[in-house]
Ligand binder design. Structure first.
Ligand code: SF4
Length: 457
């Protein structure tokens, strides 16, 4: 049972107060000077001396960020042909902002409780990815719950099996569960089909893959890379300030742990992305500190972070909302300022992503004029291709992308995960489909029939 969050937990040491002025911070941002945490706080709040957000100042910040975006990356809006293949929703970490997990015991053989979640075997993952690769996807993204039966590989399983107190390291053998997820390396090599790019193993998953051992993150990530892992998603970052993590995800790795795992992944040659999940209990000081930690990390990993993804907290169905710790998420003004200040502050990360899943289409597009230049990916999923159940998940076709991006006068560009390979799409030459994937030939990912709702819907 989670401990309830108290008022005292929400009294933070870091608060949005500075000796800087909004005007000075804006002048520095316009000039392209490197911003400090105090500058970022002034820009995120549109001035700490006033209450609420000033709309004129906000527009000034957005304008500076949009200009910076144009200088750094021009008018291209990129997206990737990708598949989401999450392996399991079983998780006991208990993050208070999460609506993805299902308690791991509901997946056990002996339970009476019907689990609402899913676990896929490695061969199921392979089949799903193979189908998506044949449809033209370039990348498979896979982020999962921390299933207690997961081990890094056979050697790790032996260590966990021999552990004197498996519960203390959140381990239960696969036999206890209805479905065996295999090991992390089994899953990664199963998903590594025909050279598709595998984007998986967040720092939190990296931690789970070494629990109960004294292995370094380098050891873990090099074994994963050998199994076919290409890049690491920098999710699980939430807010990289421990006084916030202690409230929203006390069971998760610390700020230090997250940074250590990311640095180790880069050290063994893996590319990275980075995120922030904001709009819950944190304040603008925390957001600014988070940006600083990501910018510093980017220096240490020599530019391995290809994109930064601001993720606005979606409060519905989360313990934070259900227990009245928060009454909602970030406002639209806060969302726009988060994108803009990310662009202005992170002068060593070229790409800022606008997540249409979090912001919706209209606001997602607007973010492309607030400093963002990447518009995520197709997010194909098994649910979409198989039309299982009533939930089809979310999917964006190349034709949708061409329509959306050209509607704001920008240039639609298909990209690889690392942005190194790009293809400008000519809006006058339909049909639109991916061309960068190992088996793509420009054919749309789904046929018109597959995209149309079923007759009985
Ligand atoms: S570790 Fe991930 S899946 Fe598990 S509760 Fe936290 S956010 Fe949810």
């Amino acid at each position: 049972m989670e401990r309830p969050v108290t008022e005292a937990d929400l009294t933070f040491d870091h608060v949005p107060e500075t000796d800087q002025s909004f005007e000075n911070a804006l002048t520095k941002a316009r000039a392209g000077d490197r911003l400090t945490v105090d500058d970022a706080i002034e820009l995120l709040t549109t001035g700490t001396e006033i209450g609420g957000i000033d709309s004129t100042r906000k527009e000034q910040v957005l304008e500076a960020a949009d200009r910076r975006r144009a200088d750094v990356v021009g008018e291209e809006v990129t997206f990737v042909a990708n598949l989401n293949n999450n392996v399991t929703t079983a998780c006991n970490v208990g993050c208070l902002f999460c609506n993805f997990k299902d308690a791991a015991h509901t997946f056990e053989r002996d339970t009476e409780i019907q689990s609402a979640g899913f676990t896929k075997t490695p061969s199921e993952s392979r089949e799903i990815v193979a189908d998506a690769v044949s449809r033209g996807v370039y990348e498979v993204t896979s982020v999962s719950g921390l299933h207690p039966a997961f081990a890094l590989d056979d050697e790790h399983r032996e260590i966990l099996e021999a552990h004197p107190d498996p519960k203390a390291v959140n381990y239960k053998p696969p036999e206890a569960y209805e479905i065996d997820p295999g090991t992390y390396t089994d899953q990664i090599s199963a998903m590594s089909v025909d050279g598709v790019h595998v984007h998986s193993m967040t720092p939190e998953e990296g931690y789970h893959a070494r629990r109960g051992t004294d292995w370094s993150y380098e050891e873990v990530y090099s074994r994963l890379a050998a199994a076919g892992l290409d890049t690491v998603p920098g999710t699980a970052a939430e807010i990289l300030v421990d006084e916030v993590r202690d409230v929203i995800c006390p069971g998760k790795i610390s700020t230090e742990g997250w940074l250590e795992a990311m640095e180790a992944a880069a050290n063994v040659g893996l590319g990275l992305t980075a995120t922030i999940m904001y709009g819950h209990v944190e304040n603008e000081a925390h957001r600014a500190m988070h940006l600083k930690r990501v910018r510093d990390l980017q220096e240490r990993v020599d530019g391995a972070i290809t994109e930064f993804v601001p993720l606005s907290f979606v409060h519905q169905n989360t313990p934070l909302y259900e227990h009245d710790v928060v009454s909602g998420g970030a406002s639209t003004d806060e969302d726009e300022l988060m994108i803009a200040v990310s662009r202005l502050f992170l002068d060593n990360i070229d790409h800022i992503q606008s997540s249409w899943v979090k912001y919706g289409d209209e606001q997602g597009l607007k973010m492309l004029s607030c400093g963002a230049d990447d518009f995520m990916g197709t997010i194909l999923s098994e649910e979409i291709t198989k039309r299982a159940g009533g939930e089809y998940g979310e999917y964006r076709s190349f034709a949708d992308y061409v329509d959306l991006v050209t509607s704001i006068g920008r240039v639609p560009v298909e990209r690889s995960t690392d942005y190194e390979t790009r293809r400008v799409i000519d809006p006058d030459e339909p049909p639109f489909g991916p061309r960068l994937g190992p088996k793509s030939d420009g054919t749309p990912i789904l046929t018109p029939e597959e995209r149309a709702p079923p007759a009985d819907d």
